[in-house]
Design a protein around this ligand. Structure first.
Ligand code: ZN
Ligand code: ZN
Length: 345
């Protein structure tokens, strides 16, 4: 089969022919239909320090966001069968540690990540453990199935606490920020402010609902505008997705007293922050959000998709073939795009 393969720790990716994976008793073989590019794939492509920090596999097949059809299941697999359309959960939990045994598999002590610690899905076929196969409703468009995983992060961050009737700030309008905007909107956020420096993405953010004010953090006086628009109270809810030091400082600055903030974006360095004024005196609630709750976020995602009210198709701006993975990664890195899809089948 064809696969997007990382042969070494050098920058780049190669399309090579490799054997179709053989599955174990608890695994599922999937024929990949569509996949999507994530920030993680850019790290793997460039082989940044992050890859060494998380001990990413090398050499390996990259990619983790995907949708496909089950073609074969291991002897112990009972929850899916050949012919099922599935999306992939990318947390691979051990199932045995205290976190797994107390409903927090997504932060398993010994967690592996699909396409980071195991061979990934930018390939004609991929194998995943049964627990990572999320059965989609028949007829789900494969490009929508392929973004359940990143969409689920937005769901997790936005719905971690109340949002209905509350003013909400989304910092960072990348694909997950756009999904978060859409989730906040259909979940009843009173007013949504979306912050970014990329005009292309701010324009996309305007398509994510009907009560959205986009602000360019480089040009607009963000804190002043949000304060005015909220009658001096500041935001009730902030979702931080920029992963930048500046963005995160702004996120805490615009957060109102008694507000809550979900931190999702990953920083490449420490963030200097005045905790006294930004957290303690505000009595702010700070949530760290990593990936999706297994499987609360998945059920919520499915329910939201079923409403038919999401605009997430608008976020899927570009599509490339498997042979064009490099082009797709470079496009995602450059940033004038929403979610970049890989059509494998
Ligand atoms: Zn991802
Ligand atoms: Zn575990």
């Amino acid at each position: 089969m064809k696969a997007a393969y990382k042969p070494n720790r050098e920058k780049g990716i190669k399309i090579v022919d490799v054997p179709i994976p053989e599955i174990a008793a608890n695994e599922v073989l999937v024929k990949v239909k569509k996949a999507a590019i994530c920030g993680t794939d850019i790290h793997l492509y460039d082989w940044t320090n992050w890859c060494e920090n998380v001990e990413a596999k090398n050499p390996m097949i990259i990619g983790h966001e995907f949708c496909g059809e089950v073609v074969e299941v291991g002897a112990q697999v009972t929850s899916v069968k050949a012919g099922d359309l599935i999306a992939g959960e990318t947390h691979i939990p051990c199932g045995k540690c205290i976190l797994c045994r107390t409903g927090r598999q997504h932060i398993c002590k010994d967690m592996k990540i699909l396409g980071v610690h195991t061979d990934g899905v930018f390939a004609e076929y991929a194998k995943i453990p049964e627990i990572c196969a999320w059965k989609l409703l028949p007829g789900t468009p494969p490009e929508i199935g392929a973004i359940y995983e990143p969409f689920g992060i937005a769901v997790h961050g936005v719905l971690r606490d109340k949002v209905a009737g509350l003013s909400t700030v989304i910092v960072g309008a990348g694909p997950i920020g756009l999904f978060a905007t859409n989730v906040a909107n259909i979940s009843g956020a009173r007013q949504i402010f979306v912050l970014d420096v990329n005009e292309y993405r701010l324009k996309l953010a305007n398509k994510m609902g009907d009560n959205i004010l986009t602000l360019n953090s480089k040009k607009d006086e963000v804190a002043k505008i949000i304060s005015e628009e909220t009658e001096g109270r500041g935001a009730d809810v902030v979702i931080e997705l920029s992963g930048s030091v500046e963005g995160t400082r702004t996120a805490f600055e615009v957060l109102g007293k008694g507000g809550r903030i979900s931190l999702i974006g990953l920083h490449s360095r420490e963030v200097p922050l005045d905790l006294v004024n930004n957290v303690i005196y505000k009595e702010a609630t700070v949530y760290g959000i990593t990936g999706r709750e297994m499987f609360n976020s998945w059920y919520q995602t499915e329910n939201l998709v079923k409403t038919g009210k999401l605009n997430i198709k608008e976020v899927l701006t570009h599509e490339f073939s498997l042979e064009e993975v490099e082009k797709a990664i470079l496009m995602a890195k450059e940033g004038n795009c929403g979610k970049v899809i890989i059509a494998v089948e």
